[in-house]
Design a protein around this ligand. Structure first.
Ligand code: ZN
Length: 241
């Protein structure tokens, strides 16, 4: 609008000048309203909104059959869900859970996974939202026994969204590699258990060092304090059961 200069219209066609001014005010008000709406959103709402903007919603034949899946970059598929911890009252509004992240097997070893994690962290930082995850390694399998390498993103999409291939969990050393990977990505250990662990054998527990969270610097201290006991296994009733 700068190039027009509202005053050029004064005199000859005052209604045009008025109209331009009205439109400008309208645009300013709309931007302000958008900013206000954004401020009112919880960190996790912001996270999911930004994920929709920045990542690609995973679709099969043009529709998203399952919610919560995004394609990050060319080769990574991530499933991110709402998260809540039972002793942290507002956790659903300031945490999200990275349920799974999978890089097409044929594209591994080139830093794809790390780049995707960095993008998720960046988004978390912008929203003040924490991201939690379990370090547990899985693969798709055709027969339910042996892992099967996924060759293309399309194959990964079908196996994830249609769930035609069973998921199998990889041996412990594989999860151990993941643990080092997440540590090197700057994630910290944070217990993600709830009272549901009381209903199963203790041997099935993933230890504290396999539970991770990325807690951005931008996270509001009032929320950070709600999960303080989760960061120390000595204070945690689930880890000490
Ligand atoms: Zn614990």
């Amino acid at each position: 609008m700068k190039s027009i200069g509202v005053n050029q219209w004064a005199g000859a066609d005052p209604w045009v000048a008025d109209m331009v001014r009205d439109l400008e005010q309208l645009a300013t008000r709309a931007r302000q309203a958008e900013r206000n709406r954004w401020k009112l959103l919880s960190p996790s709402d912001k996270f999911f909104r930004l994920a929709n903007d920045r990542f690609q919603v995973a679709k099969l034949f043009g529709v998203a059959p399952v919610q919560g899946y995004w394609q990050i970059g060319e080769w990574t598929l991530a499933e991110i869900n709402p998260m809540s911890l039972e002793d942290a009252r507002d956790s659903r509004s300031f945490l999200v859970h990275l349920q799974s992240i999978y890089v097409v097997d044929a594209a591994r070893g080139r830093g794809e996974g790390r780049r995707s994690i960095e993008q998720i962290k960046q988004l978390a930082e912008e929203c003040g939202c924490g991201v939690t995850l379990f370090a547990k390694s899985f693969a798709f399998s055709r027969d339910g026994q042996l892992p099967n390498a996924v060759q293309t993103f399309d194959e990964l999409l079908h196996s994830s969204l249609e769930k035609v291939w069973p998921v199998i969990y990889q041996p412990d050393w594989d999860s151990e590699c993941l643990r080092f990977f997440y540590e090197s990505c700057g994630l910290q250990n944070m217990c993600l258990y709830g009272s549901w662990v009381y209903n199963r054998p203790k041997e099935e527990d993933l230890p504290f060092d396999r539970h991770f969270a990325y807690l951005p610097n931008s996270m509001d201290p009032k929320w950070r304090s709600q999960i303080a006991n989760r960061l120390n296994p000595n204070l945690c009733r689930f880890c000490n059961r």
